[in-house]
Design a binder for this molecule. Structure first.
Ligand code: RIB
Ligand code: CA
Length: 320
């Protein structure tokens, strides 16, 4: 059993990752912290409660609200991709009875800050807790700043972020999560904990097309199938107009897949750093991928995935 804390900015792909994590028999989601990213903190926090509600859980993880803005940079959002509500504009959908189709779960947030909850969970499960970071790394860096020696008792950190050998998705050379808070990413990359990075280089290899989703949910009337259909329409339209296919990259599901099925992935050890000040390059991640004279690695960078097998196992898990 892998005990994890998920830090997230839901976000449609975050929602799929959360569903995947809760449906994974070998994963126990002990805690969740929210961070401003795709949309503002209040909205990502409300979105988390909507996602927890569709999961129909018998027990909720501990949840804490995190940071409302990056360490240094001004906030940037991704409403153009995820919709103004961050979940594909499904938040006002109504049932036939006129009630909200996707309401929030009756789950109370702890009054702890996200960084305190992160450190408390590491204390509770030393050398065992795995942190899965699916948004800007602001909360994680706050925990590092607060008490690095406690933070270093984490087993490992799996994060979706960065890009190394292709274009970025928010600027020419930066990926969104790292671009939003490059100073936080710098703290994380230099924290000394084992880091597993799922950059765009690998997440772009997994395309969830509208046809595939329709095939998977065809004839199903369960709430998760309805949520998958409703929440992905807007992002798939965005991709049709801006990326060139009707579907989208389920970026944040990959770190969960790396935990469930590491055999489907290929990674390289590399020294990773991030630009924090460049006018044109802020948020750019740089990995020393040379074959010799490399700087001591500080991360495993995932560069390949068996995308077909990943998607087959992803759907088998979330629709069971
Ligand atoms: O670049 C993709 C990442 O940015 C994903 O985590 C997505 O949810 C957004 O946060
Ligand atoms: Ca995210």
């Amino acid at each position: 059993m892998k005990r994890i804390l998920i830090d997230t900015d839901p976000g449609v792909d975050d929602a799929l990752a959360l569903i995947y994590a809760f449906k994974s028999p070998d994963i126990k989601v002990e805690a969740i912290t929210t961070v401003s990213g795709n949309v503002n903190l209040e909205t990502v926090t409300r979105n988390l409660l909507k996602i927890l509600n569709i999961l129909d859980l018998t027990a909720f993880p501990i949840i804490a609200k995190g940071e409302a803005q990056p360490l240094v940079k001004p906030p940037v959002d991704a409403e153009d991709v995820h919709g103004k509500d961050g979940l594909g504009n499904i938040s006002e959908l109504l049932n036939s009875t006129g009630t909200l189709k996707y309401d929030t779960a009756d789950c109370q947030f702890t009054d702890q800050s996200a960084d305190d909850l992160i450190l408390e969970m590491v204390d509770s499960y030393p050398d065992e807790l795995i942190i899965v970071a699916l948004g800007p790394l602001t909360n994680i860096s706050k925990a590092i700043q607060k008490d690095l020696s406690r933070f270093r008792k984490v087993h490992s950190l799996y994060l979706m972020g960065g890009v190394f050998t292709e274009y970025g998705n928010i600027t020419t050379n930066a990926e969104f999560n790292v671009f939003v808070d490059p100073h936080a990413a710098h703290e994380v990359f230099n924290s000394g904990v084992p880091i597993h990075i799922a950059p765009l280089d690998v997440t772009h290899q997994v395309k969830l097309t509208g046809d595939r989703l329709q095939t998977e949910v065809f004839g199903r009337e369960d709430v998760i199938s309805h949520f998958l259909t409703d929440s992905t329409k807007a992002v798939m339209e965005f991709y049709r107009e801006n990326v060139g296919f009707y579907g989208f990259h389920i970026h944040d599901a990959l770190p969960i897949g790396m935990l469930n099925h590491p055999e489907l992935f290929r990674s390289v050890d590399a020294h990773v750093q991030v630009e924090t000040e460049g006018e044109l390059t802020s948020g750019m991640t740089v990995a020393d991928l040379r074959k010799q004279n490399v700087i001591d690695p500080n991360a495993k960078v995932y560069v390949g995935v068996d995308a077909d097998s990943f998607l087959d196992l992803f759907f088998k898990t979330i629709l069971t």
